[in-house]
Write a protein that binds this ligand. Structure first.
Ligand code: PEP
Length: 253
């Protein structure tokens, strides 16, 4: 069965200056015969410039987080409306670096997802187990609970994706085996269908965690893998394009 159009999203994290926009432009220039949907999520400081630089290309721009409130006295935070105003069309929410580093709970992530929808942004909602949880045999239960807690009912029928990112695979060079990825992705799909009925079959379930050109073909071909969320390897256009091509089996390789 052919897979629906995959989404390959780059998470630049706290990397990149104005000079790095050349990498984003090189990605856009390299997207010939590409069937995947592509997005880059830079720091908030770069969103407006990147949206301008990529105007007229098929690369979308996204944020890496947003505040749940639309405005107010929240020094240093960014509202979903501000991301959209700067030119973003997507936003990563609930990344494990925010869950762990800023104590973000499933309920807070769900409130941020509501904010993204309110602002017309497409949320990429991250979930994933720690190494301790995997070793204790709790991966499926932990991820299922995160999906239930982080996705508000308002998502039904809206464009969004879930990114399965095992915490122990992020930035480490380690990845789960393909059957392990498939087990978790199938479990996430089952939860989505349980929560949203048939509409739960539509959103792509991305895999994230040490995806690189050399492992992307196998990962992206796996059952229920509908794209990738890419950290380190999205910073260099050549590497990111290698992953994008792996996710575009009908396009150039
Ligand atoms: C991420 O942080 O979203 C991520 C997947 O990072 P990396 O690809 O560097 O493991």
């Amino acid at each position: 069965m052919t897979k629906p159009q995959p989404l390959i999203a780059g998470n630049w994290k706290m990397n990149g200056l104005a000079a790095s926009l050349s990498e984003a432009k090189a990605v856009a220039a390299g997207l010939t015969e590409i069937t995947a949907r592509v997005a880059i999520c830079p720091s908030a400081t770069l969103i407006a410039q990147m949206a301008l630089a990529l105007k007229g290309t098929s690369v979308a721009v996204g944020g890496q987080d947003c505040r749940a409130e639309a405005s107010g006295a929240f020094t240093g935070d960014v509202a979903a409306e501000q991301l959209a105003d700067a030119g973003a069309s997507l936003v990563i929410l609930g990344h494990s670096e925010r869950r762990a580093g800023y104590g973000e709970t499933d309920a807070l992530v769900a409130a941020k997802v509501e904010a993204a929808l309110r602002a017309g942004l497409e949320p990429i909602v991250c979930v994933g187990e720690t190494l301790e949880q995997r070793e204790a045999g709790e991966a499926l239960a932990v991820v299922a609970a995160q999906v239930r807690g982080s996705l508000p009912a308002g998502l039904s029928g809206r464009a969004y994706s879930v990114a399965y990112e095992p915490v122990w695979a992020i930035g480490t060079g380690l990845t789960p085996t393909t059957p392990e990825i498939e087990d978790v992705h199938r479990a996430i799909r089952a939860v989505l269908v349980d929560m949203f009925g048939e509409a739960g079959r539509a959103p792509p379930i991305l895999y994230g965690g040490s995806v690189k050109p050399s492992n992307a073909v196998e990962i992206l071909a796996a059952d229920e893998v509908g794209g990738a969320l890419v950290g380190g390897a999205s910073l260099k256009a050549e590497d990111f394009l290698g992953i994008i091509r792996a996710g575009s089996p009908n396009g150039s390789r």
